[in-house]
Design a protein around this ligand. Structure first.
Ligand code: ADP
Length: 374
């Protein structure tokens, strides 16, 4: 087990700053996930920890030791990547034990470690299979077992489930959590998939454009996003945003107004603010009891209804004149989650309320969160 500490890590490629002054301390045995959109710098950060690339500035400690200039093999880490590079001409046993044999471990020790790792990832009885005779998930488990046998201080995993189909991905998610529990080892995991980040991690590190946005337990990022980026990235379907302005008695926008005391919320009249509300925190006025503290009701029109089984997603327009944007939810559009048996039809006129306890306010200029409850 090892802690990992990044101090002022910056990585520049000519005119691209892939990672910008990243500071992060990962505790011994912690499962931390780097999450963010494609190109935000997740892999580059991971590569600096692994030693596959040198940071332009900053230092890295693993287990309290400065490893900034050490080659990957001397850092006490194991890596698992998206592209599972198994040796095609070797069976499972030889693939898993390859690194140990290379390092001249004695036969008994190799067998013991391979058996233990195979047991953890449930590959017993498959030692003589060739990679070509295995499914994607089984091959990925071989790759993980190969990382386990090295008994590393930390595992670095970069999108290890990206090439698996959806069902297998969910299954492997559970497996990885078990693995973490059993090994009690530090895991640093990279994914662009916020669902993976939310379900597996002790903490998630949300990155955008090379900059760390928030490092916190998943539910804290969900319930108290540090800024508008985190609010929009974490959670699926994503949060609704309404652009407007703080006024003397609350918030005003083209289609809605919400009463609150600006002083108590820390906003000044005239300030450009964004209201954020998750689809599950919008309710039909006739079910206003579902909201802990409903706002006054707004008129809306039902645009599109999506039954997804356990719930219904309804896309609303604040006004019949609003043009539904083809590129995601635009101004004047609102997504609401409803119970599956809700009777509602496209083009219905409805009234909705927001749950004040879960209405977020963001400063429009900086994007920073101001408040998470009105
Ligand atoms: P992510 O893993 O979040 O998708 P990356 O860390 O791969 O993002 O990339 C971050 C940024 O750095 C991107 O803009 C990418 O184009 C750039 N980048 C990554 N590697 C290199 C490289 N070897 N040379 C130049 N630019 C790179």
């Amino acid at each position: 087990m090892a802690s990992v500490k990044l101090s002022g890590i910056t990585k520049r490629y000519e005119d691209v700053t892939a990672v910008d002054d990243m500071n992060l301390e990962i505790e011994d045995g912690e499962f931390v996930t780097f999450v963010g959109p494609s190109g935000c710098g997740k892999s580059t950060t991971m590569e600096t920890i692994a030693g596959l690339t040198l940071p332009t500035e900053g230092s890295i400690e693993i287990g309290g030791r400065d490893v900034t200039d050490l080659p990957p093999k001397d850092r006490g880490i194991s890596m698992v990547f998206q592209n599972i590079a198994l040796f095609p001409h070797m069976d499972v046993y030889d693939n898993i034990s390859f690194g140990l044999r290379l390092r001249k471990y004695d036969q008994e020790e190799v067998e013991r470690r391979v058996e233990e790792a195979a047991d953890i990832v449930q590959l017993e009885g498959m030692m003589e299979r060739m990679p070509s005779e295995m499914s994607g998930g089984q091959r990925q488990r071989v790759a993980i077992a190969r990382a386990i046998v090295r008994n590393p201080g930390a595992f670095l995993m970069d999108e290890p489930l990206a090439n698996l189909d959806a069902e297998l991905r969910v299954h492997m998610r559970t497996q990885l959590q078990r693995l973490h529990r059993e090994l009690d080892t530090t895991i640093i995991y990279v994914t662009h998939d916020q669902a993976q980040a939310m379900t597996m991690s002790d903490r998630i590190a949300v990155i955008n454009s090379g900059v760390l946005q928030q490092v916190a337990p998943p539910l804290e990022c969900y319930n108290e996003p540090a800024n508008r980026f985190v609010a929009g990235f974490i959670g699926s379907p994503s949060m609704n945003f309404i652009e407007g302005e703080a006024v003397a008695d609350g918030f005003e926008s083209t289609y809605t107004d919400i009463e609150f005391d600006p002083d108590a919320q820390g906003v000044s009249p005239g300030q450009n603010v964004t209201v954020g509300v998750r689809p599950e925190d919008v309710h039909l006025e006739r079910n206003a009891g579902e909201a802990g503290a409903p706002t006054k009701a707004f008129d809306a029109v039902v645009d599109v209804i999506e039954p997804v089984g356990k719930e219904v997603n309804a896309y609303l327009l604040f006004d019949r004149d609003v043009e539904a944007s083809a590129e995601g939810r635009g101004e004047g559009q609102l997504l609401i989650n409803l119970e599956p048996d809700t009777t509602i039809s496209e083009s219905d006129d409805v009234q909705v309320v927001l749950d004040r306890d879960n209405v977020h306010l963001f400063d429009r200029a900086s994007g920073d969160a101001i408040s998470h409850s009105l």
